[in-house]
Design a protein around this ligand. Structure first.
Ligand code: NAD
Ligand code: DAU
Length: 331
């Protein structure tokens, strides 16, 4: 199978390429990535000789048309992905997440190529802390931020192209990922690398917000299950029952790094901060027989801490600029 992976130099996309090389070496992989601040070719270094890498944008119609015309399937990860950035400047989110997805859709429609669209649980808005409910494929869309609203819009474009033009597409909405190669702007790598760099971790507000953590390899094994067995036109929610509030996660990071429990700062909260996400992945588990491998969050977190400790050359060059930007925002 000739597979076009958009956003393959980003966190989840790069891990997807590694996972695919390891578990499905029969696939030929082409990565299309614009190498924005979030993309890093070094994340693909271990597989660089086994894949084709194309530097370009998913919003470039001529390039996308050419690449899609010689693919059997597109796995579309490319996006602007950080909520905090979308609050400062929503414009690239509209271009990449909406126009980029539209561009991919027109190409797969023209060439009759299968699409798997990677999306987020944030399209569903948030839940109360004490609400027994979780997100299901029937939960109405109710996004909060410019990031999540552009992801919601991209999902709706895919659904419309399925219904109106009959394209062969599936969608997955996953919860918060953690693991190696995640940009240091995100919560878990930011706190780990703050400690490693001699800075104090930063917690938004009281730290009561809940995220449903899943290891990136479990996300990617679920994407492969959908590619192999998913029904066209369907949406699958991906999650591994990993609900934890931010304070709990930070306490585990501090402990794993041998720091006292009070060695962090409370900083300005995020505007419109979603309170809680929680995924009901019954459809994925029952229909496709998927199960996560990383069932112990603490083990997965310890491996992630070890990866950042061992790979300062990967994150070190990014750190100062990210922290300067946060400091200017009081975060
Ligand atoms: P990331 O920011 O780490 O990586 C995004 C990648 O896309 C980067 O390599 C970047 O260079 C590339 N990119 C950005 N604009 C592009 C463009 N116009 N053309 C081509 N490439 C472009 O993001 P991530 O965390 O790996 O997220 C990947 C996907 O998974 C996104 O669609 C995101 O919405 C979704 N998702 C992420 C999470 C999470 O926890 N990180 C959870 C659920 C879903
Ligand atoms: O739910 C899936 C989403 O998860 C993805 O769609 C997004 O692409 C991904 O970035 C992630 O979004 P979040 O906004 O939940 O992730 P982030 O890592 O930015 O923040 C996680 C939580 O930690 C959130 O409640 C905000 C908080 N936080 C974040 C940072 C960066 C802090 O308390 N301190 C921080 O320094």
């Amino acid at each position: 199978m000739r597979m076009l992976v958009t956003g393959g130099a980003g966190f989840i996309g790069a891990n997807f390429v590694h996972y695919t090389r390891q578990h499905h070496p029969e696939h030929q992989i082409t990565v299309l990535d614009a190498l924005t601040y979030a993309g890093n070719e070094a994340s693909l270094a271990p597989v660089r000789d086994d894949i084709e890498f194309v530097h370009g944008s998913v919003a470039d119609a001529a390039l996308v048309d050419e690449l899609v015309s010689r693919s059997d399937v597109v796995v579309h990860f490319a996006a602007e992905s950080h909520n905090d950035n979308s609050l400062n400047d929503p414009s690239p989110f509209v271009t990449t997440n909406l126009i980029g997805t539209f561009t991919i859709l027109e190409a797969v429609r023209k060439h009759g190529v299968r699409l798997h669209h990677i999306s987020t649980d944030e399209v569903y808005g948030d839940l109360e802390l004490d609400d027994p409910k979780k997100f299901t494929p029937q939960t109405p869309y109710n996004p909060s931020s410019p990031y999540s609203s552009t992801k919601a819009g991209s999902d709706l474009l895919v659904r419309a192209w399925v219904r109106s033009f009959g394209i062969h597409a599936t969608i997955s909405n996953c919860s918060n990922n953690y693991g190696p190669y995640q940009h240091v702007e995100k919560f878990i790598p930011r706190q780990i690398t703050n400690v490693l760099a001699g800075l104090r971790p930063k917690l938004y507000g009281k730290g009561e917000n809940v995220r449903d953590w899943i290891h990136v390899d479990d996300h990617n094994s679920a994407v492969h299950a959908i590619l192999e067995k998913g029904r066209s036109g369907e949406t699958y929610l991906i999650g591994a029952d990993g609900e934890k509030n931010n304070l709990e996660v930070l306490m585990q990071i501090l402990e794993l790094l041998g720091q006292p429990a009070d060695a962090f700062d409370h900083v300005t909260d995020r505007a419109g901060h979603d309170l809680r996400y929680a995924i009901d992945a019954t459809k994925l588990r029952d229909e496709l027989g998927w199960t996560p491998q990383y069932t112990d969050f603490r083990d997965g977190l310890a491996a992630t801490v070890a990866w950042y400790r061992d790979n300062e050359s990967w994150w070190g060059p990014l750190k100062q600029q990210v922290e300067a930007k946060y400091a200017a925002q009081g975060q």
